[in-house]
Each structure stands twice: as C-alpha cells, then as structure tokens.
Design a protein around this ligand. Structure first.
Ligand code: SDX
Length: 416
C-alpha cells in the first residue's frame, strides 16, 4: 500500500504514503489543497511532519534517541561535544584529521570582536542571559555580514557562543571578562571563562568538565522541537545563520521548552522552602485549577522515559559525590519521580521526567546560576539547530515555510 484513500464529501483522493527509514509512516498532503480545496488543521503540530530529516531519530514510545543512527547512550559515553557537533552537522563522526582540524578551527575563533564587549555595558546587571545571547547572536551578523562561507560561520557560532555566555555571567557579577584560552578544550575553556578571576590560579575540575561535556551532548539535538522548528522556519526565508540561531534562542527561552530547567529548580526550591512536602505539590500538579505544573515532567514525543533524563539522573548522583556535595533538591526530585511514576494521573497521561528534570541539579553542583541554565541548554542545542538549518538550506527543493489557516473571524463588513 503506497497510497491512502481520503473520502471527502464530493470526491475521493489518493494520498501518497511516505515511509521513513525507521518505518514511520506519513501521508503526503502537499497537493491536498490544490486538488481538493481542503487543508488540514493540527493545533501545535502534534500530528504534522514539517520535513524529512536524517539527523536525529526519536521513538517516543520506546524512549529511543539516536544522533545520525548512533544511540545517545553510546555518544554520551564515548564522544566529545565537538565530535558530536561534527556528527550532527556533517553526518558522520570526524576521523582523526577532521577532528583535529575542527577543534583547531573552533579554538581559533573563540574571541568576539572587541566592539561587542561594549554591548554588555548597556545591559542592566540583572539582564537575563538568554536576552543577551539572542541579541549577541543576531549582532554577530553585523560583524560577519557576507555569509558566503557557511562552514566558517558555523565554526564562528560554535566557538563564540561559550564566550558570549561566560561574558554575560561575568557582567552579571561585575567581574572582569576572562578571555578564551587556546590551550584548553571546549568545555574546560568555557569553565575557565566562567570561574577564573584575575591573580588567582583556576584549575578545571575533571568531574565538572566531564559533566559539562555530557550535558552539552545530551542537549545537542532533538529533531523538530519548538526551537528547532523556529530555526528552520526563519532559515527558510533565507535569513542568515546568525539571525536564525537567535530565533532559536528566543523560542528555547520559554518555560514550556528550554526554560523548564530553570523552572524545575525554582519549583524544587519552592517545595524545599515549603517544608519539603512534595506530596502536596504532586496533588497541585494534578489539580488543573492550581495553575501549578510539575516542571521537568511530560513531553510531546516521549511517552516513556526520556533517555536523557535516565542518563542525567545517574550523572547527578555521580557528580555530587565526585564533588563531595549533597543537594536536598535531588532528594525531592527523586521523591517526586517515585510517586509520579506510580500515580494514575501521570501514568494515564504517560508523563515521565524529561531532560530538564535532573539537568538543573548538575548545573547547580557545577555552580552555574539558575538564570544561566537555559543558556547552557542553548550552548548544547546550537549544533543541532545548525545541523537542521543546514539540512533545510541544502535541500534543492526547499521552500519558505508558510502554513495556512482556517479563518474564523468576522466575515466581510464595511465602514459606515
Ligand atoms: C523540552 O520537543 C522537544 O523535543 C523538547 C525538548 C528538546 O530537547 O528540545 O525535549 C526539551 O522542552 C522538554 C519539555 C520541558 N517542559 C517542561 O518540563 C514543562 C512541563 N511539561 C509540560 O508543560 C508539557 O508536558 C509539555 C509542554 C512538555 C508537553 O506539552 P503537550 O504535549 O502539549 O501536552 P499537554 O500540555 O497537552 O498535556 C497533556 C496532558 C494535560 O492533561 P489533560 O488536559 O489531558 O487532562 O498532560 C498534562 C496536561 O495538563 N500535563 C501535565 C504536565 N505535562 C502535561 N500535568 C502536570 N504537570 C506536567 N508537567
């Protein structure tokens, strides 16, 4: 069967059936309006595929996540973040020569133009770093306006994003900016830009470095989520790479998406400060009128454990013990998970912990301020956004994204 029959009030049409390499099935409706006058309606696009993609595969029912075919568990275990970025963007893991060239290229582009430092002077010290990241990404296009060498612009973004993020942190605490160093690998370089202070030796902790590498990898791509779809939408108009990534940062900021990791910690702190009564908050999460959601739980695609949450739950305990720390918020999180997984409301709706539920515990252990959590998500997601943007722009049949609508407003009327 490679077509499906659609029976409409006045006609029947055959719709081509598209089957993906993991046997996902879709109805191709690209000619539906032209042949029938009908469009489809799918609020939130829960049943709508925007594209064919070869980058990331998710099986939400089974809790499977693969980057270019490799299970996330193996990538997380064996790869560096830059190797993962290369894999997502160029389709295969780099060989030794490609890996060294990519790393050297990124290392030699970590500085931002000195004039960009002046932008930081204008922000209030409490400016949210996601606002700074989005505007700085767009501003990069003013320093690199010709966009003729996409690979170079890709390297510039991946290289400069940690510098911008660390500078936004230093701005928020009134400390001098710490410049990137060429003798350090990606994660270590970011950490020293965040935590080094003048006249003090800063030693990167291997446990923190490895935790950061893991967090960046786990956030690197997730097929057509809200921010990635935004990046594709903006890029489909032929907007430049920097502006498209800035749009992705803005979409990610929302508390229902990447902003959830900040909200999870704020929720756990609220429960802790309220005497740790997590059962009370679980009851609130089930009460629609409470306006309270269990942040870090639920997912549009995963109707099983988010594999990233499983990895992060283990990593949270490991990082805390390696750093000799304990965190009451982790205990509260584990208690919430335990009762949620046995509670009919959550079981019925297939609500499991998602990537944001445990990531904040690790960011906290690393000393990252809560306001920076979503920036950390963006640093990880950047290569995924780039890979998806590039796949869309490399498609010779690519078209500008322009959905239709069903108009339900006033019919024609006239001014007196
Ligand atoms: C990310 O798409 C991606 O891939 C995203 C991401 C990525 O890597 O890019 O994985 C990253 O964004 C993870 C999600 C982070 N957001 C949160 O943790 C916020 C809390 N979760 C929810 O708001 C919600 O689960 C969403 C936004 C994640 C998904 O929303 P959906 O698919 O639109 O589901 P829904 O809101 O329609 O919920 C279905 C039902 C509703 O109950 P009923 O109306 O059927 O009775 O489940 C309930 C919801 O009220 N529900 C929750 C809940 N999440 C859903 N109830 C309590 N607490 C929750 N967290």
């Amino acid at each position: 069967m490679n077509t499906a029959k659609l029976i409409l009030p006045e006609q029947e049409v055959e719709l081509p059936i598209v089957v993906g390499s993991e046997f996902e099935k879709a109805l191709d409706i690209s000619k539906l309006r032209g042949t029938t006058g009908f469009i489809t309606l799918d609020s939130g696009y829960g049943n709508t595929g925007s594209c064919k993609s070869a980058i990331t595969f998710i099986n939400g029912e089974k809790g499977i996540l693969r980057y270019r075919g490799y299970p996330i568990e193996e990538i997380a275990d064996k790869c560096s973040f830059l190797e993962t970025a290369y894999l997502l963007i160029y389709g295969n893991l780099p060989n030794a020569e490609q890996k060294a060239a990519f790393q050297d290229n990124v290392t030699s582009h970590t500085l931002i133009h000195e004039d960009m430092k002046k932008f930081f002077e204008g922000y209030p010290s409490n400016a949210h770093p996601m606002a700074i990241l989005a505007s700085m990404f767009t501003s990069l296009s003013t320093f690199y306006p010709n966009n003729q060498d996409t690979d170079l612009d890709i390297v510039r973004l991946i290289a400069k994003a940690p510098t911008i993020a660390a500078f936004s942190y230093k701005k928020s605490v009134g400390q001098p900016f710490v410049y990137p160093r060429n003798d350090l690998e990606y994660a270590s370089n970011f950490l020293q830009m965040m935590w080094a202070v003048p006249a003090q030796e800063y030693e990167v902790s291997p446990a923190v470095r490895d935790a950061l590498n893991l967090l960046l990898i786990l956030h690197a791509d997730h097929e057509q989520n809200c921010s990635t779809s935004t990046v594709r939408m903006v890029g489909s108009s032929q907007a430049n790479l920097f502006a498209s990534m800035a749009a992705g940062v803005s979409a990610l900021w929302g508390p229902l998406h990447g902003g959830a990791n900040q909200k999870v910690i704020e929720m756990l702190q609220r429960i802790r400060d309220d005497g740790g009564d997590y059962k009370k908050y679980m009851a609130m999460a089930k009460d629609k009128d409470s306006g309270f959601r269990l942040m870090g739980f639920g997912h549009r695609v995963y109707k099983n454990f988010d594999p990233r949450a499983r990895i992060l739950e283990k990593a949270a305990g490991r990082v805390l013990s390696e750093l000799g720390l304990s965190d009451p918020l982790l205990d509260i999180a584990k208690n919430l998970e335990e009762i949620a997984l046995a509670d009919e409301y959550f079981v019925e709706r297939k609500l499991y912990p998602n990537v944001d539920f445990y990531s904040g515990i690790i960011y906290r252990a690393m000393g990252i301020p809560t306001e920076m959590f979503t920036v950390m998500f963006a640093l990880g997601r950047l290569p995924g956004w780039i890979a998806q943007w590039k796949e869309m722009r490399d498609d010779p049949k690519g078209r500008i994204y322009r959905p239709r609508q069903v108009y339900v407003g006033a019919t024609e009327r006239h001014l007196d």
